[in-house]
Design a protein around this ligand. Structure first.
Ligand SMILES: [Zn+2]
Length: 877
């Protein structure tokens, strides 16, 4: 029997289902890529070629669409598989799917007809993390199986009842990077040793995309072109089931739904019931094959930026599958057994095939549940205590617009106020945006716009208990992400809809690039729009100045940080150039014909500083955190159009720092990675006028005695200064208090006796903390007097002393500091009124230090502005 199986496997061109007969007209992977399933890790180019070949071989049942292009220029594909009858009228089918997604105005008879006739749409996404290699090969195998299998009842059922959307490769750039290191490190025959070079990826690894983003956190933020493309796919199809297929550590087994706690509170019981249906079906398959697995542990479904959770907030049944990774072709597990690449493909193939079969079998119920999800979302919005949100138009119009664009791009309806809006006693200015909760995407709206998304209380209590015992918490990702808070846009919730004229907001085309002529200057109050304008204007060679303090001119108050562009010191055509740039970034520019101020500083004041196009260096590679380095690079290059030179840390000593104005140190454990000589050069460079910007863990490094570029320190759990590993220990030990001589011995207190000394505070698991800013500091230009920062660390910085520098942003007092998310009480008390961002003058230059990463996941708009202020304005002060 076994011999027969082995024989069948050997002669079958398709080892995943040896007994199935396949249509020879459909090409195998071997025919196109040159290797059979599991024999080699298929490259991004081969994946594209094979998907193309499959679609070409069955044009009546398969279609290949290109939905995006990666940063490195690789196409992202969607393979659409369906019956020839449906594929022949695909446009009509899609229109039906979209109609089902919007039950408002859908007549009951029409809804019934759609549920009766439409296919179940199952969207399978593969390899968002580029070094999780097996699922894209499983995707190709599944596509082949669904197209080529003959006389297979389960495949026939899928063809009849479903449309399967296969995204074979979500992250081609990351996969290419993994493959390059894997191939380079590979032994003559693949080495199962986990520490072997072929498995051990160099910085930054293949998980992330070109800008080193984790795209499985990017679904609502949409910072990356790959993610933006995927949201368009979702809105084109409104799939009823969405599966994101991953890999995890090689010693693990297989994970599938239901997800672990905590669950997003907007997940519906019907979706959880489907998790159970799919989970049981896959379990039965795996049990029959003797494959070990787990569910309901580790991988949670709380954060709405996952490939699993975002679709669920729109009504899809989202699931994550995780296969133990061979991280190459073969991996030796700790128990000595070998895990092969083919093993991984086999399990993913089985889980995905079982899922599409179960979806096909449950088609009508799946569609009915989806429709009811969308209907009940509208109802909840019509009846709940909050009926709509108003995003209040502020001075920084670019921020509000960016937020609105972000919402609209994920299928959320937004309306724009034509004139003033009124509600209760409050008046909102024209241009404010209204987001009603009575819409099919209402649950996504609540997730993104509510200040807090509540976490199950019992779960939180359990984490407290674990924490006291020093067990790790079970929180998989961040606990807060509210977009109005991280953008710094005021969001007001209304129980009664506001009155006033509105019309649908459409991602507005750039306004006409016309600026009024100005005799003296154009003035641009600082903000996210103006920062982007200034970055681009400086690159374009325009002369820009910036006012350090406020002034009033022509009856208008200009806040500190207002940018000044004078025609007299700029080339001819400045009006057109600036007009074009300002329109592109939605920045207001006021033309003035007289420089004689009514109040405050003058345009020719000594407190008006000339900006220069900053020459920026970014520390890159080990030991920087790849995400921090990637976020910083993306914010500079893509968000703000600021060129930057990335230099590997060991090469920093080779760079002539004098040719640069700004050096950004991303978060990272620098330790001794920057040697003594390089540190000295760094200090000299800052003294000569350089701007050093340190993020997160890099700021801690600056406080080390041997670096001495930041005159503060981080604190321990009890508020004492954390010992400096670079300093001499005797000194610190001496500083510790000796016990009082005559103290009475206290009764033994076990709890107290167990408390460790010199322990860092527990990390904040990704919460939003309120930061009070000092608006008189240039670094805070355009940021108002409060912002909300994403905190995800155990760093507590004692504020700088007045004679050392400025605490530009301090965490608020303890009763106000937590804006959203989970922060342990003792950590909250410790963080209150400690430093979030500091600016310390050093000679002619300065150090700007952030306690946390201001560029978090690219969506922390408010803190990103402070980072850009450091880069753009730092060299001028
Ligand atoms: Zn993954």
């Amino acid at each position: 029997m076994i011999a027969a199986l082995i024989l069948a496997a050997a002669i079958s061109p398709f080892p995943l289902s040896p007994s199935t007969r396949y249509d020879p007209r459909i090409p195998t992977l071997k025919q196109v890529a040159g290797h059979g399933v599991g024999e080699e890790i298929t490259t991004p180019d081969q994946i594209a070629a094979y998907a193309t070949a499959l679609a070409a071989a069955a044009p009546d049942r398969a279609r290949l669409l290109t939905y995006a292009q990666s940063e490195e220029g690789r196409p992202l594909h969607l393979l659409v598989l369906g019956s020839s009858e449906r594929m022949a009228r695909l446009g009509e089918v899609q229109a039906g799917l979209r109609a089902l997604a919007d039950p408002r105005g859908l007549a009951p008879a029409e809804a019934d007809r759609l549920v009766r006739e439409l296919p179940a749409v199952v969207w399978l996404l593969h390899g968002v993390h580029g070094n999780e290699v097996s699922s894209p090969d499983a995707a190709l195998a599944l596509a082949y199986h669904l197209l080529a299998a003959q006389d297979d009842p389960s495949v026939d059922l899928v063809r009849r009842e479903a449309i399967v959307l296969i995204d074979p490769l979500e992250n081609p750039d990351g996969r290419a990077r993994f493959l390059a290191s894997n191939r380079l490190g590979r032994a003559a025959s693949p080495d199962p040793e986990p520490a072997a070079a072929e498995h051990d990826e160099p910085w930054p690894g293949g998980r992330s995309n070109h800008y080193l983003f984790d795209m499985n956190r990017d679904w609502f933020a949409q910072t990356q072109p790959e993610t933006r493309g995927r949201l368009r796919v979702f809105l084109d199809w409104y799939p009823h089931v969405t599966v994101d297929l991953h890999e995890m550590g090689g010693d693990s087994t297989y994970f599938f739904a239901p997800p672990a706690k905590p669950l997003n509170p907007y997940l519906q019981p019907s979706q959880q019931a489907w998790h159970d249906v799919f989970g049981r079906a896959i379990a039965a398959q795996f049990d029959a094959r003797g494959v070990a697995y787990f569910a309901k542990e580790v991988f949670d479904s709380f954060y709405p930026g996952y490939g699993e959770t975002w679709p669920m907030m729109q009504g899809s049944v989202g699931m994550t599958f995780e296969q133990a990774s061979a991280r190459g072709l073969v991996w030796r597990r700790e128990d000595g057994t070998l895990l092969t690449y083919l093993d991984g493909i086999r399990s993913h193939f089985a889980a995905a095939l079982t899922t599409v079969e179960a979806a096909a079998r449950g088609r009508a119920k799946l569609l009915g549940d989806f429709l009811e999800f969308r209907r009940s979302a509208v109802r909840a919005g019509e009846q709940g205590p909050v009926r709509e949100y108003v995003l209040v138009a502020g001075a920084d119009t670019a921020r509000t617009r960016r937020l609105a664009d972000l919402l609209v791009a994920q299928g959320i309806e937004v309306r724009r106020a034509e004139g003033e809006l009124r509600s209760g006693g409050r008046v909102f200015p024209a241009g404010s945006l209204v987001v009603s909760l009575a819409q099919p995407s209402g649950r996504l709206v609540r997730n993104l716009l509510d200040p807090k998304v509540p976490m199950d209380e019992a779960f939180v209590k359990e984490q407290e208990r674990r924490r006291k015992k020093r067990l790790p918490d079970e929180i998989y990702d961040v606990t807060a992400w509210s977009l109005p808070l991280v953008f710094g846009v005021e969001c007001v919730s209304l129980g009664v809809p506001a009155t006033g004229a509105t019309r649908p907001y459409a991602a507005a085309a750039a306004a006409e690039g016309g600026l009024a002529p100005a005799k003296v200057a154009w003035l641009l109050p600082w903000g996210t729009g103006t920062a982007a304008v200034v970055a681009e204007a400086l690159q374009a060679g325009l002369k820009v100045r910036v006012a350090e303090a406020a002034f009033t001119l022509g009856g208008r108050r200009y806040p500190p940080g207002t940018a000044i562009v004078r025609p007299a010191e700029n080339p001819e055509g400045v009006r057109q150039t600036l007009g074009r740039i300002a329109a592109r970034h939605d920045a207001p520019a006021f033309a003035i014909d007289s420089g004689y101020v009514e109040d405050g500083i003058s345009l020719g004041s000594e407190r008006v500083h000339a900006l220069k196009a900053p020459r920026v260096l970014l520390a890159w590679d080990r030991p920087t955190s790849s995400t921090s380095a990637g976020w910083a690079r993306w914010v500079l290059e893509r968000r703000y159009g600021q060129p930057v030179t990335a230099v590997r840390v060991p090469s920093l000593c080779r760079v002539d720092l004098r040719r640069y104005d700004v050096l950004v140190l991303p978060s990272g454990e620098y330790g001794d990675a920057i040697g003594e000589e390089a540190v000295k050069r760094l200090r000299d460079w800052v003294r000569e006028g350089g701007t050093l910007v340190a993020l997160g863990e890099a700021s801690r490094w600056l406080t080390r005695e041997k670096v001495s570029l930041l005159a503060t320190h981080t604190e321990l759990r009890d508020g004492r200064p954390e010992p400096d590993p670079s300093a001499h220990d005797e000194k610190k030990d001496a500083a510790e208090k000796p016990p009082a001589k005559d103290a009475k011995p206290e009764p033994f207190d076990l709890d107290k006796a167990l408390q460790p000394e010199k322990e860092r505070p527990d990390a904040v698991p990704g919460a939003l903390l309120r930061v009070d800013l000092d608006p008189e500091q240039w670094l805070a230009a355009g940021a108002g007097d409060t912002l909300y920062a994403i905190v995800e660390s155990q760093r507590v910085f004692t504020p700088l002393k007045l004679d050392q520098g400025a605490n530009v942003g301090l965490y608020a007092k303890k009763d106000q500091v937590v804006a959203s998310g989970l922060v342990w009480d003792d950590v909250r008390d410790l963080l209150a009124q400690k430093a979030f961002v500091m600016s310390q003058p050093v000679g002619k230059g300065h150090v700007v230090a952030f306690a946390e990463d201001p560029n978090y996941r690219g969506y922390a708009e408010a803190t990103e502005l402070l980072f850009m202020n450091a880069v753009l304005l730092g060299p001028a002060y």
